[in-house]
Design a protein around this ligand. Structure first.
Ligand code: F0G
Length: 457
């Protein structure tokens, strides 16, 4: 097989600013060992997120110029609406400025004290919005999803047996919806199979519980269904996508991921009454229903991006990038989640730094080490992000201690990825010098964004 090349040429470039290891040591210290607090100018390869960091296509930039900025009834909205309806089959389409705005609106209406949301895995903002409404969120990831080093094709699946038992325990009346996150970002960017979505749907239907999809990476999930699930090899991606959405009552979407947009999102659903309630809230928080917190030009860019993201040469190259990096790391024995996720590679920080105890945040220690070693910015998805405190004040750790290397869409080339592999491998060889972290200051919600830390000892 020949090299799978980037299916695009580069027309516009941005310079990378290089730093030395000595400079990075000072920068990291001034940022209190939290790379969210570092200026992006001080980062060589930025793998903090794949969100809003995509390179837009020439067609999207052309769409930007076509954007109609009318307050009400902009044709850009109608193009956006038609595209979202076509992809999801959902008639009610509500634009928002990003995914969490959709979440805030949806859970303000459906959440509240005493309610429980069940999911394969809730993303951090999704969980935070659910909890902020007074409700509770419970993750029911399948057993194979909890073992980073054991490969399986659909490690993002929801555990169907636990879904049944939790519904029995909690009572369907207290469960406003079940949320399937595709792909499962916090669980390693792992896909959810069509069979799993279909079965979850069937369980929800029997209990009269709506099922929603957190659709941020719907196209990547569809690609994994096409390449890994029996019966889908010859089905075109838009049809797979349509089938995935056909099982859902609604969806939340961040267009900053699988729509190649730098900002944007939406809510889509079948339920007219709920849509009306959402729009009422949209008007006071986001904007009029035909722009909802976005400019007309953003709506154009999203509509075009949503189509481009389903192109097979793109998805083949996209998933090859993470697979390529994962293979290089595995050859050197670096503990990495297997198989590769769709949008990111996840290092298993517990196995990478076995001597750093979970209450010293091995994931964050590794994030800092990678920045020092090569100016690579990554993010901890572990106990800094998801840890809680027990009644005795001790840390209740997250299920996994991961470090995510999220790959921006269409931004970095193969040599950038080679450099990333070299930096990680060098860090792995020097892992015995890496110290754990202690939190100095933290916020009550989403603490990882702003926490201040220092190395232990
Ligand atoms: N759901 C999932 C699965 C996500 O990954 C994200 C964002 C959101 C919802 C919220 O969307 O950022 O537009 O408000 N994930 C980004 C990330 C931030 O880095 O993974 P948003």
């Amino acid at each position: 097989m020949k090299t799978i090349i980037e299916p695009f040429r580069i027309k516009s470039v941005e310079p990378i600013h290089f730093t030395t290891a000595e400079q990075r040591a000072d920068i990291l210290k001034s940022a209190f060992f939290n790379p969210f607090l570092i200026s992006s100018q001080d980062v060589i390869i930025d793998l903090l997120t794949d969100s809003g960091t995509s390179a837009m296509s020439s067609a999207q930039w052309a769409g930007i110029m076509m954007g109609d900025e009318s307050y009400a009834g902009s044709p850009s909205f109608f193009r956006f609406e038609e595209t979202v309806r076509g992809i999801t089959g959902m008639p009610r389409v509500i634009p928002t400025h990003q995914g969490r705005a959709s979440e805030k609106i949806l859970f303000s209406i459906t959440g509240g004290a005493g309610k429980v949301f069940l999911s394969n895995t809730l993303f951090d903002t999704t969980r935070a919005n659910i909890e902020f409404s007074g409700a509770e969120g419970i993750d029911l990831i399948c057993p194979e999803g909890l073992h980073p080093s054991i490969p399986a094709p659909f490690k993002g699946n929801i555990d169907l047996i636990r879904l049944e038992t939790e519904i029995g325990r909690i009572g369907a009346d207290c469960i406003p919806m079940v949320i399937i996150t595709v792909t499962n970002n916090s669980g390693g960017g792992q896909p959810v199979s069509m069979a799993n979505i279909r079965s979850a749907r069937e369980i929800c239907r029997r209990h009269g519980i709506p099922m929603y999809i957190d659709a941020c990476r719907f196209a990547e999930n569809a690609w994994f269904i096409k390449t890994r699930e029996e019966g889908y090899a010859d089905v075109p991606i838009p049809e797979i996508v349509r089938e995935m959405f056909s099982y859902a009552d609604g969806c939340t979407m961040s267009a900053k991921k699988d729509a190649f947009a730098n900002i944007g999102g939406f809510l889509a659903m079948h339920d007219d009454n709920l849509a009306q309630e959402c729009r009422n809230l949209l008007i006071i928080t986001e904007g009029f229903p035909t722009y909802g917190g976005l400019a007309g030009r953003d709506l154009e860019a999203i509509a075009i991006g949503l189509q481009e993201v389903m192109e097979e040469p793109y998805l083949r190259y996209r998933t090859r990038t993470t697979e390529y990096l994962t293979q290089k790391l595995m050859e050197e024995g670096v503990p990495v989640m297997q198989p590769a996720g769709g949008h990111a590679v996840y290092l298993d920080a517990k196995a990478f730094l076995p001597k750093v105890h979970v209450d010293q945040y091995p994931g964050q220690a590794l994030v800092c080490a990678l920045y020092l070693q090569g100016g690579i910015r990554t993010v901890e998805i572990g106990s800094l992000m998801f840890g809680k405190y027990g009644s005795d004040g001790s840390l209740v750790p997250a299920a996994l201690e991961l470090v995510r290397l999220a790959i921006p869409r269409r931004v970095y080339t193969q040599s950038h990825i080679d450099y990333v592999a070299e930096v990680i491998i060098d860090t792995y060889h020097a892992r015995h010098n890496i110290r754990g972290m202690r939190i100095l200051e933290e916020a009550p919600l989403l603490r990882h964004f702003t926490a201040k830390l220092e190395p232990v000892g």
